[in-house]
Design a protein around this ligand. Sequence first.
Ligand SMILES: NC(=O)c1ccc[n+]([C@@H]2O[C@H](COP(=O)([O-])OP(=O)(O)OC[C@H]3O[C@@H](n4cnc5c(N)ncnc54)[C@H](OP(=O)(O)O)[C@@H]3O)[C@@H](O)[C@H]2O)c1
Length: 448
Amino acid sequence: MRIRQTEKRQQAERKSERAPQVAIMSDEAPTPTQQQQQQQPEQEKPQDEPPQESASSPAAEEQQQPVSWRAVVLTGYGGYDKVRLQVKTHDKPRPKAGEVLVRVKACGLNFAELLGRQGLYDLLPAPPVVMGMEGSGVIEAVGDGVEDRKVGDRVIVFSRSGVWQELVVVSATCTFPMPEQMSFEDGAAIPINYLTAYMMLFDVANLRPEKSVLIHMAAGGVGIAATQLCQTVQDVTIFGTASASKHEAIVQGGVTHPIDYRTKDYVEEIHKISSKGVDIVLDPLGGSDTQKGFGLLKPLGILIVFGAANCVTGQRKNLLAMAKTWYNQLSLNTLKLMQANKAIAGFHLGHLSEELVSRTMTKLLELYVQGKIKPHIDSRYHFEEVADAMRRMHERQNIGKIILLPEPKKEEEEPKSNAEPAEKVEKTESAANEKKEEAAEEVKEEKD
Ligand SMILES: NC(=O)c1ccc[n+]([C@@H]2O[C@H](COP(=O)([O-])OP(=O)(O)OC[C@H]3O[C@@H](n4cnc5c(N)ncnc54)[C@H](OP(=O)(O)O)[C@@H]3O)[C@@H](O)[C@H]2O)c1
């Protein structure tokens, strides 16, 4: 009986999660305060600070007219319902010295945003906050002292937060001119996935011909970027773990040996093919997988730890999974490391200097123009569908990059996805676990 009540509650919650969450903050709206109160609890006040404005000039004063723009705001930590589309109405944002105003055309969704929504990503400022670390668009205004960007330039934007909105003011140094042939979607898909993959493979691991690499989450954004970059070096063998339904795609993309980590022990599978193991392991998982990765290294091999996806099981924070990941993490002393002839490195793009990022971005844009890299777009969602976009990644359905589009969805529009509809894709462990955990939590609550 209790379980039946729980199921009903979950169904109702799921329905409400799917509904677009639009909080109108327009000054012209009839009763904006009332709407806010109805749609958001008191502690989840929306972020309504306009981007900073610069000292006035005649041209700037002309811009001083109220405009409305859409923004995806994290209103508190938790499930999909904490991420809301809001419409802001303010004077047109004006860039300060060294900044530019960008009209955003496309944005990238990253695993970090799933972590951020759960309160597990330290670089995301506390809510309420506009989410989003990457996007692309057109420069609409430039601040004083900006010499190398002009109005009308198509640019990639890479910033710590705040990019998931139609109008964003960022430092000019956070923008990168897009090659002519690059689409806005490709521009939005490049920064985080490709910077991360490039710097790990070439700056940290010093990838060279005839080496072997283990890429986990090989069908995801970073995974596909790493696979493409490995192919810029001769005779690199790529072991890639991914759900079985994605193997055809990753093999086409260049993975030499796809491994279904959900039904097979990937360590055994790799040893069957290469008894000595691999030269490079890229580890976005953490916990026991870091230990396995270290064990798989050949002498002089390197393990690069760059994520903790094992902490994430469902849409809400799972303390048990976090504790398990932490408990199982690799722990060893430096003497053992020396005797093992192996290296361990950490990588976090968010803690690197603008100079390093900018240098690598220049190389990536060259590779794009040469046709050596090209983001694989999995699907596109409009801002009002952000919960569905996050669900797609949580439920391990994406092959490549999920794109968010600021423009409102047209009524008649078909879903713009390369992948199969969610119902057709095999039911995932994470989705099943999530249900189990939520049911368990609720049954426990009822008992209490
Ligand atoms: N340190 C850094 O600077 C940095 C920068 C970027 C990304 N990262 C890390 O790199 C990893 C990949 O990021 P991404 O943005 O490219 O995401 P992504 O790979 O597109 O993420 C989704 C895919 O990962 C796989 N997956 C494995 N464990 C999962 C889990 N617990 N929950 C959901 N999916 C899981 C699923 O595919 P399969 O089931 O097919 O494997 C899923 O489709 C993440 O761990 C992220 O935190 C780190």
